[in-house]
Design a protein around this ligand. Structure first.
Ligand SMILES: [Cu+2]
Length: 644
């Protein structure tokens, strides 16, 4: 084994070195004391979110002496009363404590205790036990309950409660894969405050699929293949990056690595050194929300998750294993999150940082001068993995030698299943005998707080198209670029267009290159479908960010979450639709680019019982940011790689 790991011990210091460093264990405890002293923790209180309240950008950039603040979402477990709290650590005081109105603000995210409670609640409910018994399922100890966030559908008795809807699966033995055995047609609606089932929908009965999905079981998978020979990655002189606390440097890149219980990995102050100066590109990059809507319109029409805002995707980050999850010369960062009680919990090795060979960077054999040159591309990888119910998501940010930035999300894990109705069923695919997986979407929202060579930026939409034959184009071969500046927020809700090769260019309105043109970075979208729910669907109101691939807003430190601050059971309209209501000027301003991307997943038999990685993402490429190819100085990997 040649893989080696360096680890920055997050727990060792209780004081952060930089205003954007994640909150430390000591800070969480100190913040908790301030809340307790202010009487905010009286009664049984759950922390539904707890994290750093980042200082405003202008203060960080100005190097002002900054207040260190934490934000907590508190929920009274007996009454459901919810409070949004901000505390100042140096000031030892509560800055804000706002009581939420669930009818307009929605509910706090699901907390750890909800998972455990829900299974007990449904197993004890006579109505639900009867529904199971009708299906021949008498031993409820073998039934696993999957709580699903409820959404808002205009049913008064549902919407007034803090609730989840519960689908059930049979787990025959301790190691059985429950997702293989869905109990379809029936759902329990659970009130999380009253801790009871208040409604059961029982629409149809289908046989529980029987085939095992336990991919660890040799009887299911067969013997392991013996034909794979070792691949080892060695860097005898160590990696080319340096990590100093949360400050990461590699080649011309520098950035700060952060982590948040809700958003997961966050990257800050991404910049490139060029021409002897630090050139900012992105002030902050993260994936603060995602929506996973399922397309089966029967009794489970409500199945859709906004995972970051409803469940918190950072909190469920995996501890990564060297040689399993990450290969080579790896540096790890721990993440500190908190439990329901607001007590710190360290996720060791949550963030993996390493360097990869990425094939050819550039190559040419010249027919005239005889030179034959080849250079290797490399990338710096900053990543983490999180488990959200049945799915696992890897979030990967790549930084390349040529200035390219790429975000890739790797979706894996287990499909959410239903019973296959046995006839032509357009809403799902049969993936095992009698077992179906509904068609669904995974739509991520990237928040890219752009600072291309400074704060004054704008976005241009660039299309390419052919032209009809005419006097200026006699043979019809013309290809033209059409560049449209997006000047106001109302104009900047845009969809990708693969047929036009549509991209969006984030330009500096202050700095030009040697051609006198604005320096810029271009966003290359994947042009996959956006939200397919009907425009009038209740979900569309709640996930308004997902109806377009692009939004551009003027920077506001309070506008961080594309579906709003409180997503769980929020009736809709929050987040980006609210942000753009003021139709602010975005032309030559401090702007934030929001990008929606991700697959519409038509499950395949090959996705069962555990799904090979499905990739999605986007790319940002320098476009006139440099005056020429910035990698001419990359040496040949070995002297014999360059001839002539
Ligand atoms: Cu999927």
């Amino acid at each position: 084994m040649t893989d080696t790991a360096a680890r920055v011990d997050e727990t060792a210091s209780s004081h952060p070195g930089h205003p954007l460093d994640p909150a430390t264990a000591g800070e969480y405890l100190a913040g908790r004391e301030i809340m307790a002293a202010a009487g905010l923790l009286a009664g049984p209180t759950g922390f539904a979110y707890y994290g750093l309240e980042e200082p405003p950008k202008e203060d960080v950039l100005a190097g002002r002496d900054l207040d260190r603040r934490l934000r907590a979402f508190l929920i009274n477990l007996d009454t459901g009363a919810s409070t949004d709290v901000i505390v100042s650590l140096p000031g030892q005081r509560v800055i804000r404590a706002r009581r939420l109105d669930p009818r307009t603000d929605g509910q706090m995210p699901i907390i750890d205790a909800d998972y455990a409670a829900v299974e007990e609640i449904v197993r004890a409910d006579p109505g639900w036990r009867a529904a199971m018994a009708r299906r021949g399922l008498d031993d409820v100890s073998k039934i696993r309950a999957c709580p699903i966030t409820a959404g808002v559908f205009g049913v008064a008795d549902d919407d007034r409660r803090r609730m989840v809807r519960v689908l059930a699966f049979v787990q025959e033995s301790e190691h059985d894969l429950a997702w293989a055995h869905p109990i379809d047609g029936v759902a329990a609606y659970v009130d999380l405050v009253e801790k009871k089932v208040f409604k059961i929908t029982d629409e149809f009965e289908l046989p529980v699929p029987a085939e095992s999905g336990d991919y660890d079981d040799e009887a299911v998978r067969g013997p392991h293949r013996t034909t794979l020979r070792p691949i080892e990655i060695t860097q005898p002189e160590g990696p080319s990056f340096t990590l100093d606390g949360h400050a990461l440097r590699w080649q011309d890149w520098s950035m700060r690595v952060g982590f948040d219980a809700r958003e997961g990995l966050t990257l800050h102050q991404i910049s490139l050194r060029s021409g002897g100066r630090e050139r900012p590109v992105i002030y902050r990059a993260s994936i603060p929300e995602m929506v996973v809507p399922y397309g089966d319109p029967r009794f489970r029409y409500w199945q859709a998750y906004l995972d970051a805002g409803e469940y918190l995707i950072g909190k469920t980050a995996n501890s990564l294993e060297l040689g399993c999850d990450c290969l080579g010369e790896v540096a790890y960062l721990d993440a500190t999150v908190t439990d329901d009680a607001g007590q710190p919990r360290v996720i060791q090795n949550a963030i993996c940082i390493h360097e990869e060979d990425f094939g050819i960077l550039w190559k040419h054999t010249d027919i005239f001068n005889g030179s034959a040159a080849s250079r290797r591309q490399r990338r710096l990888v900053v990543s983490y993995f999180t488990t959200v119910g049945n799915y696992d998501y890897g979030f990967y940010w790549y930084f390349y030698l040529d200035g390219t930035i790429e975000c890739e999300i790797k979706a894996t894990g287990v499909l959410f299943t239903s019973a296959y109705p046995g006839s032509d069923h357009p809403y799902s695919t049969e993936v095992a005998p009698g077992l179906a997986a509904p068609v669904h979407q995974h739509l991520f929202s990237a928040r890219l707080d752009m600072t291309v060579d400074g704060l004054a930026n704008a976005v241009e939409e660039v299309d390419v198209s052919g032209r009809p034959i005419g006097p200026d184009n006699p043979y019809g071969n013309a290809i033209v670029q059409t560049v449209t500046r997006l000047t106001r927020e109302s104009q900047a809700g845009r969809r990708a267009d693969g047929a036009r090769g549509r991209t969006w260019r984030i330009i500096s309105t202050e700095h030009v290159n040697r051609f006198g043109r604005p320096v810029s970075y271009t966003l290359y979208p994947e042009s996959a479908p956006v939200l397919l729910a009907d425009p009038a669907a209740p979900l569309t109101a709640r996930a308004g960010f997902a109806i377009n691939h692009l939004w551009v807003t003027r920077y506001d430190p309070d506008q961080r979450y594309p579906a709003g601050d409180f997503v769980n059971q929020h009736p809709g309209g929050a987040g980006i639709p609210a942000f753009i209501a003021g139709d602010r000027d975005i032309n030559g301003a401090d702007i934030v680019v929001w990008h929606t991307f991700g697959p519409t997943h038509v499950p395949r038999p090959e996705d069962w019982p555990v799904m090979p990685i499905a990739r999605c993402g986007f790319t940002l490429k320098p476009t006139g940011f440099f005056d020429r190819n910035p990698t001419l100085d990359v040496p040949p990997p070995s002297p014999h790689c360059s001839v002539g």
